[in-house]
Design a protein around this ligand. Structure first.
Ligand SMILES: *Cc1c(COP(=O)(O)O)cnc(C)c1O
Length: 368
């Protein structure tokens, strides 16, 4: 590879090079055993120890209290969208869902199958470009569900809402360990790993111990969180390799200085990019300023400068222009259009600076 490549993909996304190297080596020989991690029993001591260490990394980095369990599962975050209401929401009980994007809606749709799920807000008519903090909350909800960071629209809850009753449940898929959160403020924190803490194949669910076992329905064994808690995440064959990639990514984060240190860098990376967009004549960010995400930054052409009938061709030209400089995966999500730069934990400041330079150079080219 001649040029350094910066990968701005929204997910699966960039991971620390160190973690990738260690994971690659483990595919040939795990911990000097002579056996590939891909071929090693999940019930062997080295793997059991690795799981315990991964859980401890998470507890240390997030400050997860003792009265919370951690569950590692396959199936993706989309499986959790149905497992969570199945395990926590009774048939006649109510849960409030803040509809701040597509992922929130998918979670809401699943919850409706199990109980009385209600929309606490819905900014669909504004293409979810902002978060409505004026929530309609039920008096006796079991929980309030929020999507901490809206990956597609680039909005983020900077201050989490307080539930009127019950507990707070948050999907943190796209800002897992990107910023400090107080786990005690939540009953459940969950997410897929492939945006910020590992490759695809594993999800993490953090559950306050007193909340399970309250619903009156039969839950299939594999879909019951208690099964996996009782079996220490070894009820069946868990996604060992994805957990190992998480282990190495968390080790990297620990060496980096932890969540506080990465949050500082994340905030300065985001500030650098937003400032470039705010000062650009050609590009403009799509998310409301007060809700701007520090992880996903969607942007489009300024309609006053780039005519609508020219935008598609110019967008292709920009993506090629960026790719020539090693800046990849900048195409926006189809529902927002334009471009999106995902600047997760493993994206170095240099990558964001290279993007800022690219935006500036393309602007010069367009304005002539
Ligand atoms: C990507 C994403 C999901 C979906 O994850 P899968 O593992 O593909 O099911 C859910 N929620 C958020 C916020 C996401 O960004």
């Amino acid at each position: 590879m001649a040029n350094k490549v910066y990968n701005f993909s929204a997910g699966p996304s960039v991971l620390p090079e160190q973690a990738l190297k260690e994971a690659s080596a483990a595919c040939i020989d795990y911990a000097n055993s002579g056996i590939s991690i891909l071929s090693m029993s999940h019930r062997s001591k080295p793997i059991e120890n690795m799981f315990a260490e991964t859980e401890q990394f998470l507890r240390d980095l997030m400050g997860i209290p003792e009265n919370y369990d951690i569950v590692f599962l396959g199936g993706g975050c989309s499986l959790l969208f149905c497992m969570l209401p199945m395990n926590f929401l009774d048939q006649n009980a109510t849960a409030d869902y803040a509809l701040t994007g597509v992922w929130a809606n998918k979670a809401y749709k699943e919850a409706k199958q199990f109980g009385n799920a209600l929309a606490a807000c819905d900014t669909k008519s504004e293409t979810y470009s902002r978060i409505d903090k004026n929530l309609k909350l039920s008096d006796n909800a079991t929980y309030l569900h929020v999507t901490a960071n809206n990956t597609i629209y680039g909005t983020e809850w900077h201050n989490f809402p307080k539930p009127k009753s019950g507990f707070l449940m948050a999907d943190v898929s796209s800002d897992f360990l990107a910023r400090k959160i107080n786990v005690s403020d939540f009953g459940v924190v969950y997410g897929g790993a492939q945006k910020n803490i590992s490759c695809a194949g594993v999800t993490v669910t953090i559950i306050r111990k007193d909340l399970l076992g309250k619903v009156n329905r039969t839950i299939p064994t594999m879909l019951n969180f208690q099964t996996h808690i009782d079996a220490k995440n070894m009820f069946n064959t868990p996604p060992v390799f994805a957990v190992y990639v998480m282990n190495r990514t968390l080790k990297w984060l620990k060496d980096f200085g932890g969540v506080e240190a990465i949050e500082k860098v994340n905030r300065s990376k985001a500030a650098l990019l937003y400032s470039a967009l705010d000062n650009s004549k050609v590009f403009v960010g799509t998310a409301a300023k007060e809700d701007r995400s520090i992880m996903n930054v969607p942007f489009v052409f300024n309609k006053d400068v780039v005519a609508a009938d020219k935008a598609d061709d110019l967008a292709k030209e920009f993506l090629e222009f960026a790719k020539d400089r090693g800046l990849q995966q900048l195409k926006g999500h189809r529902s927002v259009g334009g471009f999106r730069a995902s600047i997760y934990n493993a994206m170095p400041v240099e990558g964001v600076q290279a993007l800022v330079n690219c935006l500036g150079d393309f602007e010069k080219k367009v304005l002539g």
